[in-house]
Design a protein around this ligand. Structure first.
Ligand code: ZN
Length: 441
């Protein structure tokens, strides 16, 4: 049976011993090697799926207030948003409640904006009037400084826009002190790197052509331990790999640790795009041909796991029977799972994680989330808040679900379909992120 203690060992190895696993970094690779060694040890058919990524390393960052003088403000640059070079940029600080069309006037030209909730959609507005950089204020007081990547694709499309995060208190201090002139430094060494998905396959004994993916992403936003997000989800998938390699499965279980989720679900996008392109190619010649993609029936993803304090959520894309099965099993075992996604009512079951990459190319997905983790994407995302018992909740549930409906079911119970509502939600999700769905890049 699933053992939260064993999963916790994997989690410690990745989040404590290896530490931050930035996209395309040596540490990300080290974690990949560790995961692969565990898969191999279980006798799984193990491989790396490599892909190219753009990455960035922060050489120097800072926010100096030049007028009136104030001590330096702690900040965190987004490496893929854009760099300033080692000298930084100097300019007048302008507070803008939010980056929306109404506030985009000639006044912002050449200024450094102080704002809150700055997000990728704002970049589109800077084509006519262009600030020198953005200081993005945290959402609430007494919260750790946020870390993030920014997006290479949007940087290339709209031009580099240096962005640094500051804490809520520091944002307020800048505002109250009447900080007028500042120097923003985000010296970034941008470059290309290789990242990888790690795959460990357990072949089905009766229906090997029916494949279910079970996984989690193992990378982090820059410079943080990424314990709950998502060494923990990867650890859950690794422990499930042990369980099923011992008890066997009628269908193929493909365990996957995805790379570069935090810089845009790049690992799962790479795999989903590959599957979709091969499928399109094959069907050009023969409409009835069966592709590898056709064989993939379901993706089960764990992203953000292990919180001692937390709430269980499943974000589901796929037929109503799939969602009902989760709900019924939750009642049966007495675990409460709310059904939702990060988009709430707007994007239905869409969760900004790897499952969605596959649902965009037609594969139903379940994303298991131990939500209510205010520490994610910060230095506070350490094992301190996590426990084996909390890993056990989702791990045990996923084991039961996979046993009943995948490993032991006589016929696969869920249709391989994405209903219209979910399809629309997926379209809205990618539109909101200003990116194309996988397979359509
Ligand atoms: Zn995550």
């Amino acid at each position: 049976m699933f053992n939260g203690g064993k999963a916790f060992k994997h989690l410690e190895k990745m989040a404590v011993e290896i530490g931050s696993r930035d996209s395309g970094s040596a540490e990300e690779r080290e974690a990949a090697e560790y995961i692969a060694s565990v898969f191999r040890g279980l006798g799984l058919k193990t491989s790396f799926q490599e892909f190219d990524v753009e990455t960035g390393r922060i050489l120097k960052q800072g926010l100096e207030v030049l007028e009136p003088y104030m001590e330096e403000v702690e900040c965190m640059a987004l490496p893929l948003a854009g760099g300033t070079g080692p000298e930084g940029v100097e300019g007048e600080l302008l507070y803008l409640e939010s980056v929306v069309e109404e506030y985009i006037t000639p006044e912002i030209d050449g200024k450094i904006l102080l704002t809150q909730g700055f997000y990728r959609a704002g970049l589109e507005l800077f084509t006519k009037y262009r600030p020198l950089g953005v200081v993005s204020i945290g959402r609430r007081p007494n919260s750790p400084l946020g870390h993030g990547w920014g997006t290479a694709k949007l940087r290339d499309k709209y031009g580099p826009m240096p962005v640094v995060n500051v804490k809520f208190e520091d944002g307020l201090k800048l505002l109250e002190s009447g900080a007028k002139r500042v120097r923003l430094t985000a010296d970034i060494e941008a470059g290309k790197a290789k990242s990888q998905n790690v795959i460990g396959e357990l072949e089905g004994s009766e229906k090997p052509e029916e494949v279910v993916l079970v996984g989690g992403h193992y990378d982090t936003v820059p410079g943080i331990p990424g314990a709950s997000d998502n060494a923990a989800g990867t650890a859950v998938a690794m422990e499930l790999a042990r369980v099923f390699s011992e008890k066997g499965t009628k269908r193929t279980l493909r365990f996957v640790a995805w790379g570069c989720e935090e810089s845009g679900c790049l690992g799962s996008r790479h795999d989903a795009s590959r599957l979709k392109k091969e499928d399109d190619e094959l069907k050009k010649g023969d409409e009835d041909a069966k592709s590898e993609l056709d064989g993939i029936r379901l993706v089960v993803n764990a992203d953000v796991q292990g919180g001692k304090i937390g709430r269980n959520t499943v974000a589901s894309l796929g037929p109503v029977e799939l969602k009902s099965a989760v709900k019924l099993m939750a009642k049966e075992v007495g675990v409460v799972f709310s059904m939702g996604g990060s988009g709430g009512g707007i994007s239905g079951g869409v969760y900004s994680s790897d499952g969605t990459s596959y649902s965009a190319v037609g594969v139903p997905s379940l994303n298991f989330i131990r939500g209510g983790a205010p520490y994610i994407h910060s230095m506070e995302d350490s094992i301190r808040w996590l426990s084996p018992d909390a890993l056990q909740i989702h791990g045990e549930f996923m084991e039961r679900f996979l046993t009943r409906y995948v490993a032991e079911a006589v016929a696969f119970p869920f249709e391989r379909t994405i209903p219209d509502d979910d399809r629309k939600a997926i379209e809205r999700f990618y539109k909101g992120r200003m990116s194309k769905p996988p397979g359509r890049e």
